[in-house]
Design a protein around this ligand. Sequence first.
Ligand code: ADE
Ligand code: ZN
Length: 347
Amino acid sequence: MEPSYAPTSSLNIFLVLPKAELHRHLEGSLRIETMLDIAREHGLTVPVSILRLAGLVQIGDDEPYNFTNFLEKFKTLRLFYRSSEVIERVTREAVEDAARDNVRYMELRFTPVALSRVENFPLQDVMSWVCDSANKTAKKFGIDVKLIASVNRHESPEMAEQVAQLAVDMKDKGIVGLDIAGNENDFPAKPFAPIFREAKEAGLKTTVHAGEWGGAENVREAIEILGADRIGHGVRVLEDENVVALAKERGTVFEVCPTSNHQSGVVPELEKHPLAKMIESGLITTINTDDPSISRISLTSEFQMASEKLGLSMLALKKQTLNAVNAAFVSEEERERLVKEFKKGLE
Ligand code: ADE
Ligand code: ZN
């Protein structure tokens, strides 16, 4: 399948820009060719032609854009996590693909429960494989990569607590944050609040998928009850000016993923995506891919799309990158270094 938004000129000014990504799921970043290799090696009962497999794990142009369809892709993807080698390989390739896209700083989030499920791998092992592989590849390509452990709203808080504890234990392996994702409408985030509070006390930063499938009230819940440092998506915050005011007062940062919002049905027309309005309202926003492989995008193509379809100027795009670096889950010392490097690269 062709990328959904391919560069139109041979010199891609958006590729040349150094970029920072705060919201990318490992499970949404698998190369399709790698999936074919894994399917063949492990005798998976999935189609072994690129075209037919792509239909199962990527969003095509002519399929329904809604959450059920979007999340269905993750169910198929879970079949692929068959060995430590597979998990190390997909992590390595996700970091390599980011580096080749000139992403100079990336927080890669991963869902230990999803990666461990088919083979019943211990969560701790899975988390170590991801961290070690990401760190090794980041070093090889000379980029900065941090990790965020993600839990799902539809899994139990007990499971989330285990993941959070392991994430705290693995801070020295580059885990910097805790995230919650999944179905916002049927599963409230509140039961996870004590876990998020404890994780923060133990030195992790937190981000919460909210205001995507659910309304602005979920953004308020994420900020006030869970104490989120950043919000995943949050595009529906504009539905309530009081929540906009709250986010501004707290300096909450929004990890906006425009194409993902379109493909999941949150934003029926991409051209009407509210990113520009969020910026105008004075919210702190960043541009992200969410699931580049599922959506058939890269951060470069997303920047180009934001320029051509959402009307962001080059200055505004560069500001989005600096916002990301300023909101990175790193020490003040590391931030200073990153900000300096990015400012120089963006000149
Ligand atoms: N998990 C992966 N992508 C997601 C999204 N866009 N919303 C909620 N959960 C997700
Ligand atoms: Zn996400």
